[in-house]
Unconditional design. Structure first.
Length: 118
């Protein structure tokens, strides 16, 4: 499974996951996606076959629903929350790496689905 970490997540998280053998990139590592609207990031993820890892439930759920209603499909969405993974807590990157590592080892098929990271 290929992941695209949305812009609120540090590139260091992607680096750590890649060191564990996963195909992960962060929006912050990509000049073409930095500071772009959620719709652009979602479309790029779908074109690349990436499951996106955002915190913005409203926008990404709307984009996913719209895609399905149009008869299309999407690679999947792994939602996080600032309550569970507070962006300004220095422990969060390590906790997020651990949680994503556990999920990626299970290798679930997330096509056309959302998953809440716990």
């Amino acid at each position: 499974m290929r992941l695209l970490l949305d812009e609120m997540w540090s590139a260091a998280i992607a680096v750590q996951l890649r060191s564990r053998g996963y195909d992960v990139v962060a929006v912050l590592e990509r000049e073409d996606l930095r500071h772009k609207p959620d719709a652009t990031v979602f479309l790029a993820a779908q074109m690349e076959g990436s499951v996106i890892v955002p915190e913005n439930v409203g926008d990404f759920r709307t984009l996913a629903t719209y895609t399905l209603r149009r008869g299309g499909g999407y690679s999947g969405v792994i939602f996080t929350t600032n309550r569970r993974y507070p962006r300004h807590d220095p422990r969060t990157p390590g906790r997020l790496v651990t949680a994503l590592d556990e999920l990626l080892r299970e290798a679930p098929d997330l096509a056309n689905q959302e998953h809440w990271l716990t």
